[in-house]
Design a binder for this molecule. Structure first.
Ligand code: DX5
Ligand code: ZN
Length: 234
């Protein structure tokens, strides 16, 4: 059965107020987001450090939708169980994080979480060819992982289209992560992405005290993406 390919907006809390995650999550959910995207960085696989399983567990208590945990860490296998116990609904590991991606995906599914595989901009779509029945989500990095607010890398649009063709009717989401705005959303949606992560694109202009801009940003990205998928279907 094909998966739900409706457009889903997943704000990255990397762009939220780190001292107020609970209220930030309540605000983005009240403003209409679909998933909550949590960026875990280790200062080794990527040149930035964020947070680990205890913070994910604390965040999870505020999430009523779905917690999408993006692990930018290497090694990744030793930490999968801890992030699953922290309540991750989806755990995404990077194809570049180690030599045994197949084992990593097996380990994620064994916990009961959905398994995601992220591809850096230089990593070809073919990397997932023999893994398509082991993943619930492929994340196409449309920036180099590590930081919010970077410029969208256009070469990844073709990768998304190739993945869409490879996936066929399998129940596998295509997520895009990095530089997603109302300007870039139509490009990735038309190519076949259905989960749009956006950090600065959602949080810009708003705050927990004034969350309406979050809603306006989410609606603008969603409308731009849905317009492109409808146009592609016609
Ligand atoms: C980048 C992270 C992204 C990031 C996206 O390493 O994986 O999730 O927060 O930020 P924007 O949407 O600002 O590019
Ligand atoms: Zn991310």
């Amino acid at each position: 059965m094909p998966s739900d390919r409706s457009i889903k907006i997943a704000p990255s809390i990397l762009s939220a107020d780190f001292a107020d995650f609970g209220r930030e999550i309540q605000a983005i959910e009240a403003q209409g987001c679909d998933w909550v995207h949590v960026d875990v960085m280790d200062g080794h696989f990527v040149p930035n450090l964020t947070f680990g399983p205890p913070l994910c567990a604390a965040i999870r208590r505020h999430v009523t939708t779905l917690m999408d945990v993006h692990l930018m860490i290497s090694p990744v296998d030793p930490y999968i169980e801890a992030f699953a116990s922290a309540g991750a609904d989806i755990i995404t590991a990077h194809a570049e994080a180690g030599p045994h991606t197949h084992r990593t995906l097996q380990a994620i599914r064994t916990t009961g979480a959905k398994a995601g595989l992220a591809l850096n901009p230089a990593t070809p779509a073919d990397t997932v060819e023999y893994l398509l029945d082991m993943v619930d989500l492929v994340c196409v990095m449309t920036v180099n992982p590590g930081f919010g607010g970077q410029k969208f890398i256009r070469s990844q649009i073709e990768k998304i289209a190739r993945l869409r063709a490879m996936i066929g009717d399998r129940p596998v989401h295509i997520e895009v992560d990095g530089g997603i705005t109302p300007e870039t959303a139509p490009l990735v949606a038309a190519a076949g992405a259905d989960v749009l992560v956006a950090g600065s694109g959602v949080f810009r202009g708003g705050s927990v005290a004034d969350p309406a801009p979050y809603g306006a940003n989410i609606r603008a990205i969603r409308a731009a993406a849905e317009g492109a998928t409808q146009a592609a279907a016609e």
